[in-house]
Design a protein around this ligand. Sequence first.
Ligand SMILES: C[S@@+](CC[C@H](N)C(=O)[O-])C[C@H]1O[C@@H](n2cnc3c(N)ncnc32)[C@H](O)[C@@H]1O
Length: 243
Amino acid sequence: MDSTEFYDRTGEYVAVLIPQVWRELGPALGKTLAGLDATAGALVDVGAGTGVGTATLAAVFPGAEIVAVEPHPGLRTALLARIVDDEDLARRVTVLAADVAHAQLPERVAGLIAMNVLGHLSAGERREFWALLAEKLTPDGRAVVTIAPPTRPEPVPEAPVARARIGRLRYTGSASAEPAGPDAVTWRMSYAVSDGDRRVAELSALDHWTVFTPGQMADELAPLGLRTAPVDGPHGLHVITRR
Ligand SMILES: C[S@@+](CC[C@H](N)C(=O)[O-])C[C@H]1O[C@@H](n2cnc3c(N)ncnc32)[C@H](O)[C@@H]1O
């Protein structure tokens, strides 16, 4: 499912607002990956966006080789800017300009994260992704993915998602969703930039998002010899390992 147009319009807001999401998500991800042997293979960040998760991986696993896969040129520019500005990241993070189906992933993957990404894949693309994971994951490797509600095509009332202040300007984002067929919703993301009481900019954009339940994911993974378990906490983290 192509999200290019959505991120063409919203990339700037994603860059500004997603770090707030990561303030709690980052430590939760770090805990979920604790004890992983990152010398057994590379660590992969699928749909790395602006690279908050990539930098989190790098901090949790000093010295590990990391591959960040990011198809969108705007978000990838932010990702590369983050990496090139840090000697340690520049030495060990490789950025692949492709979607996950077309990226030249490393042979052996010790750890993989796909955070806030899987809804961009159609059900068929998701199954191809599981097959790739089953092929590459090392015996004691771990993948961590997020599944956020809704997990079925249901309406979601509008609610704020994040806010940030940069200089004089305040950025806010809110989201709502409507069902879009048997296994998808359309998210409406609304962003605003304000200078005090004055609205400087506002934007709404629609994003097609495939939904699935944790049970569905378990059923898709089982024939590939992979199993999944939810991680405690409010972040929708699920860990995938070999049986
Ligand atoms: C909501 S953003 C999340 C970014 C990042 N994972 C984070 O949490 O900060 C979703 C990302 O998935 C990427 N994406 C969309 N389709 C993809 C695909 N088929 N393969 C890899 N990445 C994809 C988008 O370009 C975007 O960077």
